[in-house]
Design a binder for this molecule. Structure first.
Ligand code: HAS
Length: 543
């Protein structure tokens, strides 16, 4: 068991995360039913209002709180109890993030921040919504500082020993997060807040979208990396195997830091104002960021196969049979891994410049991110929660809850297959995303989309039931399950693996290269945006 005070901090983060998941899921269910034309909303609640609540609470709040809680637990487990300053800073971060979340939720529910989770200008929210976001971001920075501080003190106390793999990955994840959020902080502070208060009457849309996507793409790897931490570090232990290579795992994380940020233009491939050559350059870098995921797939196959062979598995795929399919701690993340194969392929299609013209702004993209963040990442997080919550609350994962967890995972997988599958197909037929039923129901093609919309509604309903089951299991594990000792599964590295080169912990080098790549990929195109900005825009005046 980790230090009780750290367990409490981690549990507080996880609680807000599951609360956000629950409210966001209600919005999700209503919105699929509205979009499929199944129900009409009462009390003048709007479709876009629900879409904003769903996106903000699930994509931004559920994930960030869960990730920070998970990282604190793992850091305390692998580097020992948090030192005083890091723990206090962590609590301060928690308070700021929670305050920001409550404020943002109130303004969304009041219909004063119906701007979707991407808050694209010229959609405008109340200034309080942006102030709320600042609190969430700055609070998360405090958590990042606190984790780095813990790492720094630990390194000093251990005479610069090689850090534990989990903690190294946590430090890297928060480094990626910090560099990425600088973009969104800049657009909120310099553009959205002055504009929403009325200090300036115009906003440069291209610049705001560019700063958002500078943040938006690494954001998806901020979600993915903690799932990869579970795959690399936790899964080997659960299946009775070993970590294939510590060095390879660290290298994959370094590559994410380098290549996940200077690629935001692949979300803006169809936008005017950015030259083709810069878009092409960032597409090339996007293909580079696929490499660490391929390394991860390779590494996981190696772990599964070597563990299987040790258990006597034979033949090319004999190891598949000896995996612990009945253990939800493995089963849920494994479903996430399997789903990531088509999900990743979809991402490669999105990034492929011309193919992007076919899918951009269609429901295909919504399908893509429901397979990635809402399946691969979410299922892995659920799999973590099934052992982490009882571990932190001093209880046990009972066989009955394990069974319910497996049912929950199957429901999630089936629900998502319906919903995301239908979104992918109907997206190829041209069905638009971010669009209410009423705005396109007269479209001549809309009739062709009806069966797929029904499939989305069926999938969405199954997913909602799966969330209810999840909340029940998590509640039971936190408050009702028998008191006992759980294991925090942490794999050991394969004896034959090569030792880890010390250069992988040279932060100045990796952060320096990351900054250089960002500089190369963004400076000139950004300069062009300012140079050719619309006269009278705040950006134009500013420069
Ligand atoms: Fe994406 C849009 C490109 C990955 C999330 N993406 C989005 C949006 C979100 C999102 C939220 O280039 C929409 C944003 C919005 O609101 O507009 N995406 C990619 C690429 C990848 C990718 C190239 N995306 C993700 C991940 C996400 C995510 C991960 C969340 C967590 N995405 C795009 C593009 C767009 C986009 C364009 C813009 C589209 C547009 O026009 O608007 C890559 O990182 C994917 C690489 C992944 C792989 C898969 C590796 C497989 C593994 C599993 C192995 C399995 C095992 C099990 C070991 C190459 C690691 C085997 C076991 C057995 C028993 C067989």
């Amino acid at each position: 068991m980790i230090d009780k005070r750290d367990a409490k901090l981690s549990l507080f983060f996880l609680s807000i995360s599951f609360l956000a998941l629950f409210i966001g899921a209600i919005a999700g269910l209503l919105q699929t039913l509205v979009r499929s034309g199944t129900i009409e909303l009462p009390l003048s609640i709007g479709y876009y209002q629900l879409l904003t609540a769903h996106g903000v609470l699930l994509a931004l709040i559920f994930t960030t709180f869960f990730i920070v809680g998970f990282l604190y637990a793992g850091i305390s487990k692998t580097m020992g109890a948090l030192y005083d300053v890091p723990r206090r800073t962590g609590w301060l971060g928690f308070v700021m993030m929670t305050f920001g979340t409550i404020l943002a939720t109130i303004f969304i529910l009041l219909n004063k921040a119906t701007v979707l989770y991407t808050f694209y200008a010229p959609l405008q929210a109340s200034p309080w919504f942006y102030v709320a976001l600042v609190h969430v971001v700055v609070g998360s920075w405090l958590c990042a500082f606190s984790m780095w501080n813990q790492y720094y003190i630990w390194k000093k106390k251990t005479n610069n020993k090689l850090s534990p793999l989990f903690s190294y990955m946590a430090v890297m994840t928060m480094a990626l997060w910090f560099i990425a959020t600088l973009g969104v902080a800049a657009t909120i502070l310099l553009q959205f807040i002055p504009w929403s208060i009325g200090w300036v009457d115009k906003i440069d849309i291209l610049i705001s979208r560019t700063l958002f996507w500078y943040f938006g793409h690494p954001l998806v790897y901020f979600w993915l990396l903690p799932a990869y931490m579970c795959w690399y570090v936790v899964i080997p232990k659960i299946i009775g195997g070993k970590i294939f290579s510590d060095a390879l795992a660290r290298l994959a994380f370094v590559l994410f830091l380098l290549f996940s940020i200077p690629v935001g233009f692949h979300h803006q491939l169809l936008e005017p104002g950015i030259s083709h050559s810069w878009k092409f350059f960032q597409v090339v870098l996007t293909f580079m960021v696929i490499v660490p995921s391929l390394m991860t797939a390779f590494s996981m196959f190696a772990v599964f196969e070597t563990a299987g062979r040790k258990k006597g598995a034979r033949g090319l795929f004999g190891w598949v049979k000896v995996l612990p399919w009945k253990d939800v701690r493995f089963f849920a993340p494994m479903m996430g891994m399997l789903i990531f194969v088509p999900a990743g392929a979809g991402g490669i299609i999105n990034a492929s410049h011309q193919l992007n013209q076919v899918i951009h702004n269609t429901l295909w993209v919504t399908g893509h991110f429901h397979l990635t963040v809402a399946s691969t990442v979410a299922l892995t997080f659920f799999g973590i929660a099934y052992w982490l919550v009882p571990y932190l609350s001093g209880r046990t994962l009972t066989p009955q809850m394990n069974k319910l967890g497996i049912i929950q995972t199957i429901m999630w997988t089936i629900g998502m297959a319906f919903m995301s599958g239908a979104m992918h197909v109907v997206g190829l037929f041209g069905a638009p995303r971010r669009t209410a039923y009423t705005t396109y129901s007269d479209h001549p093609q809309a009739l062709d989309w009806v069966p797929y919309q029904a499939a989305m509604a069926i999938g969405g309903t199954i997913l909602f039931l799966a969330i209810l089951l999840l909340i029940y299991i998590i509640g039971y594990l936190a408050f009702k399950a028998p008191i006992g000792e759980m294991d925090f599964p942490l794999g050991e590295v394969e004896e034959k693996a090569t030792s880890t080169p010390i250069i992988l912990e040279n932060w100045k080098l990796w952060v320096g290269i990351s900054a250089a790549l960002i500089f190369i990929a963004y400076t000139l195109p950004f300069w062009h945006m300012i140079e050719h900005g619309p006269p009278g825009s705040p950006g134009y005046k500013f420069w």
